[in-house]
Design a protein around this ligand. Structure first.
Ligand SMILES: N[C@@H](CCOP(=O)(O)O)C(=O)O
Length: 599
């Protein structure tokens, strides 16, 4: 249908080859340029602005274009970190989460095919797609489609144009608290469902969409979650009309996170266990039922999440930061960052990768303990309650991936106590952020590494903020109302109850302003001056009344009466001024100096 519309359209579509290509025999990436054919009348209505036939959606347009795209890139599942001689592999269209030996899988791209294009080609291609609405490249994830899921038809993609997240310069936090001038926060929480999980979920749900179109046995998609994964899964599934089932630990996730899958129509199971218990159950269930597993045990997710690392490089104009700090729970994300950076190095976009830091809550710190033991035998822990609830995980499924990422990036693991992470969150919020507690964990790691001199004042450092602070308001309320047992909450900023009258409000405000680092004279002079103005404003009826007259003559009289005072013979000088016929000022003063003269 689209083709016949195209024939009847007044537009002629031409392919534009990018001039950045390194070789001539690679895939064709082109933009569609619309021109008006000369044998049709030129329309002047806004309809002529369409770059595609008016009744064609951007998805249909992408579908039509993909027929003419010759795609030579591919990817497959292989056992994670396998020996080079290993030949085990699976098509991405297979439903498989584990290798034959029960180990993790990884998505392996045909690097040789990607290498046919040089680093500059990829940089230009990725840069050219940022901030557009072209399906699906307007997404920060799908703008790197060739490196993510190269073989998926754009028509099968389920996307909310996720990614392209803000990375901002944390100027005040950096300068004031750390003496740093190059501190950045990559805010992955400014996203469709408020966390970085959207990056991986668009990939996983798109692949499920494809599998269902291929009539593969996938009735629904399921995950265990501490909140963010379930929110992302349910949103993307709802968008594609795919049933989602989420396994949540009862009373262990925030209200905002719980309401997300509920609102998106997921089948929500609230289970009387912790995340690790939910994870165990969902693995057993997905082995039995035609429910596709959406946790990051499924390596497809990491293909999307790795694009955040590529984006960081892109946002620094392809300069490599010194450090990237990532909070860690189930530990897929630290590997995703490693993989994104590593691919950029391998394909010639950059010449090195940053050092990675994984930050854990001290109440759920199996990776930290493993790191501290010199990577000796790993033991899961029983995760204790933490304000960083999204990373309250004791038996992370991606432990091997995380260790690999840290070892290969000269990485470090740090931990944060409850008090440290909550203070860091409050401190960051007080500099204008509104971060989640997990970002508080990452900032604590930064503070510790900065204090020990490992991270230097001038090191370019990126802290990854994983979720939006608005999902975690209860933790902030508890902190600022000093309602946390055994925590000083030293940066609490509770609201001040004050009587609703002017005097009471003024009193508390004066106290507040004087407590600030302002010059106290400045405050008291300002208050005195304001009081005078207020007096004048409220007493306009007191004083002299001067009617409006035409006579604007100013006349001044003065007189000196030498020794005029009968009692002390002091000279007295007087004077008065008239404005028109009205007296405006007068003066009468005994002169001390002349008094001495007459002695
Ligand atoms: N923090 C996660 C826990 C699950 O991790 P995943 O990497 O398997 O999705 C969440 O938000 O649920």
């Amino acid at each position: 249908m689209a083709a016949s519309l195209l024939r009847s359209s007044p537009f002629i579509f031409t392919q534009q080859q990018p001039n950045t290509r390194a070789v001539n025999n690679g895939p064709k990436f082109f933009t569609i340029k619309a021109t008006i054919s000369s044998d049709k009348p030129v329309e002047t209505t806004p309809a002529t602005k369409h770059r595609r036939p008016a009744d064609e959606s951007i998805r249909e347009e992408a579908h039509r274009r993909s027929f003419s795209e010759h795609n030579k890139f591919s990817a497959k599942y292989v056992p994670f970190n396998a020996e080079p001689a290993c030949t085990e592999s699976y098509s991405l269209d297979e439903i498989v989460y584990r290798s034959r030996s029960g180990g993790l899988l990884d998505v392996q791209h045909d690097i040789e095919a990607l290498k046919e294009f040089d680093g500059n080609y990829w940089k230009s291609l990725f840069d050219s797609r940022v901030g557009k609405t072209t399906w699906p490249y307007g997404s920060g994830v799908w703008s790197k489609k060739e490196w993510v899921l190269p073989e998926i038809d754009s028509d099968d993609i389920v996307s909310a144009f996720e990614g392209n997240s803000n990375m901002f310069w944390a100027e005040r936090f950096g300068k004031q608290h750390l003496g740093m001038n190059d501190l950045w926060v990559k805010h992955c929480g400014i996203s469709h469902t408020g966390s970085f999980k959207d990056l991986g979920m668009t990939v996983l749900v798109s692949q499920v969409n494809r599998l269902r179109k291929m009539n593969r046995p996938v009735v629904g998609v399921g995950c265990a979650s501490t909140g963010d994964t379930s929110a992302a899964l349910s949103a993307y599934c709802a968008s594609a009309g795919i049933p989602s089932i989420v396994f949540l630990p009862a009373n262990k996730i925030s209200m905002a996170q719980l309401v997300q899958p509920i609102a998106n129509g997921a089948f929500v199971l609230s289970l009387d266990t912790d995340f690790d218990g939910c994870m165990q159950l969902v693995r057993e269930v997905t082995a039995e039922l035609p429910i596709y597993l959406a946790n990051s045990l499924n390596s497809l997710r990491l293909e999307g999440q790795k694009t955040a690392a590529i984006e960081i490089l892109q946002q620094f104009n392809w300069e490599v930061p010194d450090w990237v700090i990532v909070p860690g729970g189930n530990l897929g994300n630290i590997y995703a960052f490693y993989k994104g950076f590593h691919m950029c190095k391998e394909l010639g976009l950059v010449d090195r990768i940053p050092r990675l830091v994984c930050a854990q809550s001290a109440n759920a710190n199996p990776l930290y303990l493993h790191y501290k033991s010199g990577w000796s035998d790993f033991s899961p822990v029983k995760a204790k309650t933490t304000f960083a609830s999204a990373i309250q995980i004791g038996d992370p499924v991606s432990i091997d991936r995380a260790v690999y990422a840290l070892k290969n990036s000269n990485g470090i693991v740090e931990e944060a106590t409850e008090e440290e992470l909550m203070d860091a969150m409050a401190q960051a919020d007080a500099t204008g952020m509104f971060i989640c507690p997990h970002t508080g964990v990452a900032l604590t790691a930064l503070v510790k590494l900065r204090n020990s001199g490992v991270i230097r004042a001038t090191d370019r450092t990126v802290v990854v903020s994983t979720a939006h602070g608005l999902k975690f308001t209860q933790s902030k309320i508890d902190y600022h109302s000093k309602a946390i047992p055994e925590m000083a909450c030293r940066l609490a900023n509770p609201p001040v109850n004050v009587k609703a009258d002017f005097g009471s409000v003024m009193d508390v405000l004066k106290k507040y302003l004087l407590s600030k680092d302002l010059d106290s004279k400045q405050v008291s002079h300002l208050v005195a001056m304001k009081r005078i103005f207020r007096y004048l404003k409220h007493n306009l009826d007191i004083g002299f009344w001067y009617p409006n007259v035409d006579d604007f003559e100013l006349t001044s009289y003065s007189d000196s009466d030498y020794g005029g005072c009968k009692r002390d013979y002091k000279p007295t000088s007087t004077g008065c001024q008239f404005f028109g016929k009205r007296l405006v000022t007068w003066k009468c003063k005994k002169q001390m100096s002349e008094f001495y003269f007459y002695l």
